[in-house]
Design a binder for this molecule. Sequence first.
Ligand code: AMP
Length: 193
Amino acid sequence: MRIVLLGPPGSGKGTQAALLVKQLGVPHISTGALLRDAANRGTELGLKAKALSDKGELVPDRDMAGMLEERLRQQDVVNGFILDGYPRNLAQAETLTTLLERLEQPVDEAILIDIDAEQIIKRIAKRAQEEGRADDTEKTVRNRLRVYAEQTAPVADYYAERGLLTRVLGDGSVDEIFQRLFSILNMATNPTE
Ligand code: AMP
């Protein structure tokens, strides 16, 4: 299964992706986590990305494309992946389609975790306490939500137009959301059941 997981910051994408990979046995590719790892290692891209993400801004498409291609060419991706955090805008969606066509591994499903802004702010405040992420301050969160609405939300339409999008309600407990996701994926893999 090659799955793109979409949703605003704080929608629980990362948590759900981690649960899905356990179930599906495919790697979780989180571009945010790859960038945080690069920042911890002190690479040029990592440090540049940290400065941008601390403000809630996106890292340039060209940098992201190189990093993503390198990751998608690794051996563990042959049986599929859960992509979390990419694409973040329409240009990235086109880049991903082209790249996966070249690798002969097209996206099977794009899943949007739908949740309203009020719940997001609550969740992110909680995550900031638990994980201490530098990009979880209120000002940054506002900026991330604005960037999401302007640039990332249209990516859901991109996949909808291609008949690949399923929406999942993002309210409720982690377990409830996971059950919704899991039943969608079951239907996608066993359409007659
Ligand atoms: P995330 O963990 O997905 O919320 O990503 C954290 C931060 O990393 C984002 O706010 C961006 O600054 C950066 N980032 C992650 N993925 C992308 C992407 N696909 N394009 C641009 N920037 C990204």
